[in-house]
Design a protein around this ligand. Structure first.
Ligand SMILES: Nc1ncnc2c1ncn2[C@@H]1O[C@H](COP(=O)(O)OP(=O)(O)OP(=O)(O)O)[C@@H](O)[C@H]1O
Length: 396
């Protein structure tokens, strides 16, 4: 159990929230105030990166390294003092920052059929701007990877077109350097994790002292510092995913495409990597567009601006459209109660469907909270409840 030291100094901090960076800094202060230290440290690292100031970056690395010593113990006032002092300096350094989005890529009616096999990706269109997080969800074999590889320029299209707004008449080489693609199976590397990061940064033109600082930064940011000296075979597949994200981020891509990044991560790491990616995409100074595929649709829906549900190669729905088309309220429920008890509690105002493990309740009259109220009133034991009215889950 972690013991927490409450530092009253924070109650008197005030930073006006007139620009997006100030809003972010205000949020970080709130994390610190509410003892969400780990999240605060990750966000301090991100905010320092936004300043592109090596001195602030080094201080943020120190704050993060010192925090690691306090895990499982009392977090002392000195940690809060240095974190707060750094936040003030970041705030001053970002005084004139404004947030702008830029169009990165437009895919229009792209179609792909593999020469071998029967699979076709049907016409799919989408746009990605800096700051966007776009999730592609669907069951196995429905075309998520194919769509991502088409947009990454790795597969030749049968028809439709791909327009990279920032590139004039791009060839494969230009596209490859404009975006970063993290595949589902991460290729093996040799040597230590840290040496590989130094190398990766160097071939992207990051050299000298900046190379050292950026590698230390990424090691801290992706929680890799304790594993820095280890090799491929000495780290778990989840940490290989983190390594690959660190390696790619050192190249500062404008567009990041990740195929099933959650596949090897435990549930806590899934949540934190997704919220971290969302935060990095919306970086005030250096925003990027993110396109990712996953089968974890609830997790992706929590952080993505748009979610595309792919079924048999077609885009069945995308969030936003769902809200317009929803004609009934739908919830998902796990209970030990019998169907008869549920029907009785709902008093005929919902249609029940059992999907093996879960019930789905559809009602045109009752909103999720009304359904919940009726179930509670009917003394129905509930182990899981989720409103999926606006979720792509309705269509799976
Ligand atoms: N190179 C290829 N040649 C022929 N068929 C292929 C090729 N790559 C994929 N396919 C087929 O295309 C279909 C879609 O595959 P894809 O990998 O895009 O699906 P997915 O939704 O990403 O699946 P998963 O969740 O299992 O990764 C599958 O039926 C697959 O067998």
């Amino acid at each position: 159990m972690r013991l927490v030291f409450q530092f009253s100094f924070f109650s008197c901090i005030f930073i006006p929230t007139k620009n997006p960076m100030h809003t972010r800094i205000g949020e970080i202060q709130s994390y610190l105030q509410h003892n969400d230290h780990s999240l605060a440290v990750r966000r301090i690292l991100d905010a320092s990166l936004d300043t592109a100031d090596m001195t602030l970056l080094k201080e943020a690395i120190q704050v993060s390294q010192s925090y690691r010593q306090y895990k499982e113990t009392i977090v002392p006032p000195a940690f809060f003092e240095s974190a707060h002092a750094l936040l003030n300096r970041i705030n001053n350094a970002t005084e004139r920052f404004t947030y702008q989005t830029t169009l990165l890529v437009t895919a229009r009616d792209i179609i792909k059929t593999y020469a071998a096999g029967n699979f076709s990706l049907r016409p799919i269109s989408l746009q990605i701007h800096t700051g966007d997080v776009i999730g592609v969800v669907g069951e196995n074999g429905n075309g998520k990877t194919t769509l991502l590889r088409c947009i990454a320029g790795q597969l030749a299209l049968d028809s439709g077109d791909l327009d990279f707004a920032q590139l004039k008449e791009p060839d494969h080489y230009d596209i490859k350097h404009h975006l970063a693609f993290i595949p589902q199976r991460i290729p093996r590397w040799y040597g230590s994790l840290k040496d590989n990061l130094h190398f990766s940064a160097a071939i992207s033109g990051v050299t000298g002292e900046v190379n050292n600082v950026m590698v230390d930064f990424m090691l801290e940011r992706l929680d890799l510092t304790p594993y820095a000296h280890l090799t491929w075979s000495q780290i778990s597949s989840g940490y290989r995913t983190r390594f690959e994200i660190a390696r790619i981020l050192l190249q500062k891509p404008r567009l990041l495409i990740l195929d099933e990044p959650l596949a090897n991560l435990d549930i806590n790491a899934q949540q934190s990597i997704l919220t971290d990616l969302q935060f990095m995409a919306k970086s005030v100074h250096n925003p990027m567009g993110i396109l990712l595929s996953s089968q974890q649709l609830h997790e992706v829906e929590k952080i993505a601006d748009t979610v595309l549900l792919i079924k048999n190669g077609s885009c069945l729905f995308r969030t936003g459209e769902l809200e317009k088309t929803a004609t009934a309220f739908v919830v998902e429920l796990e209970t030990t109660a019998s169907r008869a008890a549920l029907v009785n509690a709902l008093n005929g105002q919902g249609v029940l469907q059992y999907n093996g493990g879960f019930y789905t309740i559809t009602s045109s009259a009752l909103r999720a909270q009304d359904i919940l109220a009726k179930l509670v009133k009917g003394n129905i034991p509930i182990t899981y409840f989720r409103d999926i009215t606006h979720s792509t889950k309705r269509f799976i």
